[in-house]
Design a protein around this ligand. Structure first.
Ligand SMILES: NC(=O)c1ccc[n+]([C@@H]2O[C@H](COP(=O)([O-])OP(=O)(O)OC[C@H]3O[C@@H](n4cnc5c(N)ncnc54)[C@H](O)[C@@H]3O)[C@@H](O)[C@H]2O)c1
Length: 370
């Protein structure tokens, strides 16, 4: 085993004391990001609706006590603007969204208004607020025109999106590019704001209770003593632990802050190719790690369209940001089992989440990661 070193996931000296606004801080990824930034010593602010699930990581880990939390709708421009004016953040990470594909089939208009108008509202508020240096708009791997090919998509490939959620995120990408060209143009020296987008894969981790997502469905079924029902067993997705893209967003935001518009473009943050696995592989493996007779069955009812293949080519982030995936899929699934068993045993949720953040940050990378 050759030790390659500790990968920097975020620079503590940089993040200490930085004023960071997270939109969507009450959600799954937002809650992990609050705890990660708290670990790094940032001054954290949030703007979002109430937590989208009950239970939620936000409530269970008592995140409201660590940050300044504003509850508001991203579609309410006046409220959003007044909060941003009050905070005057150094950095914004935009994650507030209707984030579920199936919900978008049931309520496309709501999805479009939150994900599209919400993005435009945010950039409009940023345009009239001085001092914001870096903005990362979090979209998704699903924003690409999916041609069902085996190769990963690169950042310069066309936007598309089959369903309302995916296409709303493609629109959010297009709006970001339009605002960047029109109001935050690299050629224009009158502004200081560098804005980028980040496209991550299927994010998993402890503390996700959303509907119609594979791992939360597994945990909900197991706690009821039922078999989890899976759809699209052969569909391949770029699964990754939630800390993987979050570390990418932080490395990107730091570059935007320090080096400005040079990094103000789109970035993919996905797992290594070998970790893009099928739905059935994922569920078999987590059942095996869980033990206790965990099992699954295939739901044969007709389902809305889902892509068969979706992979990201992340060579740009690896080369230019020196970001690397750190936890492979096996470590990720074991960490989810550990987190959920701790939750079911009534352990302290802030403590288990912070322990995993610590392990992620301090783990030494070797040449034979398993
Ligand atoms: N979870 C994934 O697998 C995944 C993958 C790729 C990209 N993303 C993106 O990452 C971001 C976070 O995803 P998540 O999984 O944490 O979602 P989530 O549903 O857990 O959280 C969504 C957050 O957005 C807030 N929100 C929703 N509607 C709002 C509105 N009208 N006004 C203000 N706030 C609102 C919610 O209150 C919550 O804080 C989203 O932008 C999502 O599209 C998620």
């Amino acid at each position: 085993m050759e030790i390659m070193g500790i990968i920097t996931i975020a620079n503590k000296n940089f993040w200490k004391g930085k004023k960071v606004l997270i939109t969507g801080h009450t959600g799954f990824k937002g809650s992990w990001l609050c705890l990660l930034l708290n670990h790094l010593g940032s001054d954290i602010y949030g703007y979002a609706l109430e937590p989208p699930t009950n239970p939620s990581l936000f409530e269970e880990a008592k995140i409201g006590k660590l940050i300044t939390s504003y509850i508001g709708d991203i579609r309410d421009y006046d409220k959003l603007f007044s909060v941003i004016q009050k905070i005057k953040p150094d950095i914004i990470i935009h994650m507030a969204a209707q984030a579920l594909v199936r919900k978008s089939y049931n309520n496309p208009l709501e999805t479009y208004s939150i994900n599209i108008i919400g993005t435009a509202n945010l950039f409009e508020a940023i345009r009239y607020t001085s001092g914001i240096k870096a903005v990362v708009n979090v979209t998704t791997d699903k924003c690409y025109e999916n041609r069902e090919r085996l190769l990963g998509y690169r950042e310069d490939e066309p936007m598309g999106g089959y369903d309302p959620y995916s296409s709303s995120k493609a629109c959010s990408e297009i709006i970001t590019a339009a605002y960047r060209r029109s109001f935050f143009n690299p050629k224009d020296n009158n502004h200081v704001t560098a804005i980028a987008t980040a496209r991550a894969g299927n994010v998993i981790g402890g503390g996700d209770w959303a509907d119609d997502r594979l791992i939360p469905d597994f945990i909900k079924a197991i706690t009821k003593g039922e078999k989890v029902k899976i759809r699209s067993p052969y569909a391949i997705r770029p699964w990754q632990h939630v800390l993987e893209p979050l570390s990418g967003y932080l490395i990107l935001a730091e570059k935007l802050y320090n080096e400005g518009t040079k990094f103000a473009e789109a970035w993919n943050f996905g797992p290594d190719d070998k970790d893009a696995k099928s739905v059935e592989w994922m569920i078999k493996t987590i059942c095996n790690y869980w033990g206790e007779d965990a099992s699954y069955c295939i739901d044969k009812n007709p389902q809305p369209h889902e892509a068969n293949y979706l992979k990201l080519d992340c060579s740009k982030a690896k080369n230019k940001l020196e970001w690397l995936p750190k936890w492979n899929i096996e470590i990720t699934l074991k960490s989810i089992v550990e987190w959920n068993k701790a939750y079911l045993n009534g352990e302290n949720i802030r403590a288990i989440t912070e322990k995993q953040i610590n392990e992620y940050i301090n783990e030494i990378l070797t040449d034979d990661r398993e």
